[in-house]
Design a protein around this ligand. Structure first.
Ligand SMILES: NC(=O)c1ccc[n+]([C@@H]2O[C@H](COP(=O)([O-])OP(=O)(O)OC[C@H]3O[C@@H](n4cnc5c(N)ncnc54)[C@H](O)[C@@H]3O)[C@@H](O)[C@H]2O)c1
Ligand SMILES: [Zn+2]
Length: 365
């Protein structure tokens, strides 16, 4: 199938995102301009490597492969795993300009990207995202980092990859729950700025989740193009544009923290609940209509995502509010939220009354 190439226009840090089924099988050709020493250093996690590693290795033939495999799951975004990874990369004596290839979901991307940002004060890296979430969201935009005792993604760097290769065929081995979690970010993007895309998702979401090639291709391309455009307008989240991509995330981060960042609640699942809460808060403030809230909730529910607090263990509203106050995006104790003026029109509300937030949380119990 024809390759889609989406540029992320960032001046001297610009890079292309390429999307095509089968890209993995020709990875060597795409990596050729970056390869040094006839080898490729790959960072992956054990599950991704078992599921898709052989395809990548075949696609890189005859290049030599050095793989560094990290543990599966969010726990890999830690100081200890980072330290081991950095030591290992240094021991490989990367040549100047030799890239690191991050092959995995958002965890591997965030971890390997951060390692690339700090090894020898920064070396290039290439992302080959393998989860739906990583393909539509985390692989584009250059945010990298790890979690610390202080919270999730509290330590990190902006470090853009040189190239992103998205092969939808990778998703064949991703389980259905992880597919749905990634899908929540696609819905998020539609609600931020693309009402027509949301309408398309209402009709085609099931096909996308069933990995129907044309639906997947369109969903990936629209989400990536949207994120690339927004990142180009606001690379470092300073003018309010990129912040819109945090729609639903103030709620989601609090929910994930309450769940202890465990697989009990995946990030995308928290985002789904967060999107409904953001819609309801928008409605409460007069920016969204009741039928619009219902449309979002019904669609997320129809594809099998959680939409209410009762579905995720009923975390206490007061505790959630406390978490939101502690979120790194809270400014001077007031609560900034991303809200919607109707579907596909997100905006930043700088100062939302916490009492209204509690009210919305209570009525979602
Ligand atoms: N940098 C950013 O801009 C950004 C944006 C959103 C999320 N994130 C981060 O991304 C992370 C979540 O990413 P994720 O949901 O991809 O999690 P993940 O990387 O843990 O992947 C989810 C699970 O799927 C497995 N997996 C991935 N691809 C597979 C495949 N093709 N076949 C079989 N199994 C596969 C992984 O091994 C893992 O068990 C979080 O840490 C989050 O903070 C970063
Ligand atoms: Zn997210």
């Amino acid at each position: 199938m024809r390759m889609i190439e989406i540029p992320v226009e960032l001046g001297d840090r610009a890079y292309p995102v390429r999307i095509a089924a089968g890209l993995l099988d020709e990875a060597g050709r795409h990596l050729a301009p970056f390869v040094r020493n006839g080898r490729v250093v790959i960072v992956s996690d054990a599950q991704v490597w078992a599921a898709q590693g052989a395809r990548l290795v075949a696609g890189l033939d005859p290049l030599a492969i050095v793989q560094v495999i990290v543990q599966v799951g969010e726990g890999a975004k830690s100081w200890t795993v980072l330290a081991d990874l950095v030591d290992r990369l240094l021991s490989l004596q990367l040549e100047r300009g030799e890239p690191i290839l991050a092959f995995g979901g958002g965890v591997v991307g965030d971890l390997a990207g951060f390692a690339a940002a700090i090894v020898k004060r920064g070396c290039p890296w290439v992302q080959v995202p393998t989860s739906l979430l990583a393909q539509v969201d985390s692989s584009v935009g250059g945010k990298t980092g790890i979690n610390t005792a202080g919270g999730k993604n509290m330590v990190g760097a902006f470090h853009h990859p040189s190239l992103v290769l998205i092969d939808p065929d990778c998703l064949a081995t991703l389980d259905a729950r992880q597919m749905r979690a990634g899908y929540a970010e696609i819905v998020k993007y539609a609600l931020v700025e693309d009402a027509a895309f949301f309408e398309w998702l209402e009709t085609n979401g099931d096909a996308l989740l069933a990995r129907d090639p044309p639906a997947l291709r369109r969903g990936l391309a629209t989400s990536v193009a949207g994120k690339a455009r927004i990142v180009a307008q606001d690379e470092r989240e300073t003018n309010g544009r990129r912040a819109l991509l945090n729609l639903g995330h103030t709620f989601a981060h609090a929910l994930e923290a309450e769940a202890g960042y465990s697989t009990r609640l995946l990030h995308g699942e928290a985002v789904a609940v967060g999107l409904v809460l953001a819609c309801r808060l928008s409605e409460r403030l007069g920016h969204c209509s009741r039928p619009e809230v219902a449309r979002v909730r019904d669609h997320l529910r129809a594809v099998g995502l959680p939409v209410g607090l009762d579905q995720i263990g009923s975390p206490a509203p007061d505790r959630l509010l406390g978490r939101m106050r502690g979120d790194k995006k809270a400014v001077g104790g007031r609560l900034p939220f991303i809200l919607m003026r109707g579907l596909g029109a997100a905006f930043v509300a700088a100062d939302v009354d916490p009492a209204l937030v509690t009210e919305v949380l209570r009525s979602s119990e």
